[in-house]
Design a protein around this ligand. Structure first.
Ligand SMILES: [Zn+2]
Length: 355
């Protein structure tokens, strides 16, 4: 199943035909199996060893200096929706209603993912699924409480999240885990949002720089009052306006407990921007190229295993392609180039590597 993810052949039928093909020996598969064997297997497989495997891999990647070109290692947590279906089949099926309607139009699955970001290597680490009556926000906290102690509280320099996670209980969970946080500041925190807007609108930017072809202006202050339930002494808020060559402007507010002494404005801007990696290299690539939205077998544990193996496969593929293969002066292979190369070599007999 991991090889299938790397080869972009995630359906159980596809794996069955690979296992029955002449390429089987090159895949290291000793005997044929059917798609029903994979259903049976994933219904029963315990998720803990797969989760532990990915954590072991990213810890080892850090020890082996896979992230040495970046000053900071970030983590991002975010939620997404996958696997739409008409009927309710499993405990993770959540009813889905069209906007403005009470009628249940179908069901879909929600999961929260944690990924390494901000290092030039986006590595998905773990997912937490949640069913009806549960929430993205609660699942995100469970995910952090499980993963951070295993990764080690010093593994990452910051956690970056979108606005819906910027609530006092979530920020306090991060404090308890020793993880500084960079969170999008939106209208769900009206007081802080208003006072930042008001103050920055009367000031010139504190910093201006080129970012690719764009010009970025940054405002920053670390003495905002926390909202009532937040037990921080002050809040630092960063605001940026990013001017695109075509005249469009992207702007966003971010809050953090990283101090100005420790993290510069320019670095904080980079940390905020690293949140996009979980959308782009995380969800988009997993959905568009590795079938994250596909339901190979509709069973709660089976789906969870699929999502975890997707993380494991993407993390292995990226470390192999961008670090192991990229030693020396060789050009970097893109994911699709490596995928095609693997397919082309499936029926080639290769002597076993005994070194
Ligand atoms: Zn379901």
């Amino acid at each position: 199943m991991v090889l299938g993810q790397v080869l972009r052949e995630w359906s159980f039928h596809g794996l069955e035909s690979l296992a029955a093909s002449r390429g089987r020996r090159q895949l290291g598969i000793s005997r044929k199996f059917g798609d029903d064997a994979l259903s049976y297997f994933t219904e029963r497989l315990h998720p803990a060893p797969t989760r532990a495997a990915v954590i072991q891999i990213v810890r080892r990647a850090k020890r082996n200096k896979a992230f040495q070109n970046s000053r900071f290692i970030g983590l991002a947590v975010d939620g997404t929706t996958v696997g739409k279906c008409r009927e309710r089949h499993c405990d993770y099926c959540r009813p889905w209603r069209r906007a403005g309607s009470e009628v249940i139009a179908g069901y879909r699955h929600h999961l929260v993912m944690l990924s390494v970001v901000g290092t030039g290597l986006s590595l998905p680490v773990d997912v937490e699924a949640f069913g009806p009556g549960d929430s993205e926000y609660a699942a995100g906290q469970r995910l952090l409480r499980r993963v951070i102690p295993q990764l080690g509280s010093r593994f990452a320099d910051y956690l970056v999240v979108d606005g819906e996670f910027a609530t006092a209980p979530f920020l306090h969970s991060c404090d308890d885990l020793g993880l500084p946080i960079v969170a999008r500041l939106k209208g769900n925190l009206p007081e802080l949002s208003q006072s930042a807007k008001q103050r920055f609108s009367q000031q010139p930017p504190k910093l201006s720089f080129r970012w690719g072809r764009d010009r970025v202006e940054v405002w920053d202050a670390d003495d905002f009052d926390p909202w009532e339930s937040l037990r921080w002494s002050t809040v630092r808020v960063l605001y940026y306006r990013q001017h695109k060559p075509d005249g469009t402007i992207i702007e966003a507010y971010w809050l953090t407990n990283l101090s100005c002494e420790r993290i510069s404005r320019r670095s904080l801007f980079g940390m905020a921007k690293s949140r996009w990696e979980i959308e782009n290299q995380g969800f988009n690539e997993a959905k568009n190229q590795h079938g994250l939205e596909h339901i190979p077998h509709h069973h709660a544990n089976s789906l969870l295993i699929e999502w975890l193996l997707n993380c494991l496969a993407l993390t292995i593929e990226r470390l192999y392609r961008l670090r192991y293969l990229h030693r020396g002066s060789y050009p970097r292979l893109s994911a699709i180039q490596l995928c095609r190369l693997l397919w082309l070599n499936l029926t080639t007999s290769v002597p076993p590597n005994t070194s």
